[in-house]
Ligand binder design. Structure first.
Ligand SMILES: [Zn+2]
Ligand SMILES: [Zn+2]
Length: 358
């Protein structure tokens, strides 16, 4: 039995969840997507008009539960980098994303946690091309599809990323049938993996189908030393404390604290000129903190307000109250992986699939 994370629930992700709920051997699925369906989605995704306005994760979870009531399903309506990273541990990760930047982010996560299998699917409307790829991050010297990217691919990935950290991948106007084709090829690879028919290898592999050319072919990608992905795998130790009980002052000996992929913001700014001090993970600010008291607008952080690392030896410099803050006060969740000095730790215990939330 395998456990799965599916990131992205659009043109490819939605048909993929329909296929997955009918593949024996899948025990649990975590669905990740920050968006809700819009009217534009109906013409190119397998979604009904009645789903417009609904969070994608909710629509997908309902469909999976109807098809397979035994499946354990968890939904996270957030961006894939903001998911507590331990949730990806030990799971097959399926990427149904529409931007190179998001793919590179998810690939990075898959390598850090040593995922047993990373699946990725994509479509190209020209030539009616559908592709699914498989990589094995837990394998030594494993390649990802990023290892086959050209400098132009990386430039496009960089362009998709704005300072605010938002993806700006153009919504692909691929026909629904093409997304379903890519999803079907990926579902087949998953089925093979469960049947031990897709042995782990250092090379990544892609299966491509061209509907226009009536052709299909496979390619293999070697690990490239020019690849800009780090392909780092972490040794993750238990922190032994929950986010609520661990105070920053307990950690000072470590020197530096980071929550990888989630910078801490020191200030929030509004277009009206208001500025408010802050000491919180920017991606997880509660509503009351982003609400501007002067004008009612929405506050956000500038690039210079964001810190990837916190110097634990100088906590008082951030404010007299900071040393007594718990990790949870910064927005750290149980299940997050934090870096202390050079070591990585899992905070608390995983809260998923407990408390009858399935
Ligand atoms: Zn690579
Ligand atoms: Zn304001």
């Amino acid at each position: 039995m395998i456990d799965l994370v599916i990131a992205g629930l659009g043109n490819i992700g939605l048909p993929f969840v329909d296929f997955v709920s009918r593949i024996p051997g899948v025990r649990s699925v975590v669905l990740v997507d920050p968006d809700a369906f819009t009217e534009n989605n109906v013409s190119c995704q397998m979604v009904a008009l009645s789903d417009v306005g609904c969070p994608k994760v909710d629509v997908a979870a309902a469909r999976m539960a109807e098809a397979n009531p035994a499946l354990r399903i968890e939904t996270l309506r957030c961006r894939l980098e903001h998911v507590p990273r331990c949730l990806y541990r030990g799971r097959v990760i399926a990427s149904c994303l529409d931007s190179r930047f998001a793919r590179a982010s998810l690939s990075d996560i898959a390598w850090t946690v040593g995922a047993p299998l990373w699946l990725d699917a994509g479509v190209r409307p020209e030539g009616r091309l559908a592709r699914a790829s498989a990589a094995f991050p837990s394998h030594a010297k494993a390649a990802g599809i990023c290892c086959g990217w050209s400098p132009e691919d990386w430039n496009l990935a960089a362009r998709e990323y704005s300072c605010a950290g938002a993806f700006e991948g153009a919504p692909s106007r691929s026909p629904a049938f093409l997304g379903a084709m890519a999803a079907a090829v990926m579902a087949h690879r998953l089925d093979c993996f469960i049947a031990n028919d897709l042995p782990p290898s250092a090379d990544a592999r892609s299966w491509v189908v061209s509907l226009d050319a009536h052709r299909s072919w496979t390619t293999s990608i070697r690990r490239s030393s020019d690849c800009r992905c780090k392909h780092q795998s972490w040794t993750i130790e238990p922190l032994g404390h929950s986010a609520e009980t661990c105070k920053l002052s307990d950690l000072t000996e470590a020197g530096l604290l980071a929550v990888p992929g989630m910078p801490v913001t020191r200030a929030l700014r509004c277009d009206c000129g208001s500025v408010r001090g802050s000491f919180h993970i920017a991606a997880r600010l509660p509503e009351n903190l982003v609400h501007c008291d002067s004008c009612g607008g929405k506050m956000s952080s500038g690039a210079l307000d964001l810190f990837d690392e916190i110097d634990l030896s100088a906590l008082e410099d951030f404010g007299p109250e900071v040393p007594a803050l718990a990790l949870a006060d910064l927005g750290v969740s149980n299940g997050d992986i934090i870096r202390l000095g050079k070591r990585h730790f899992e905070v608390g215990v995983s809260v998923l699939f407990q408390e009858g939330r399935v």
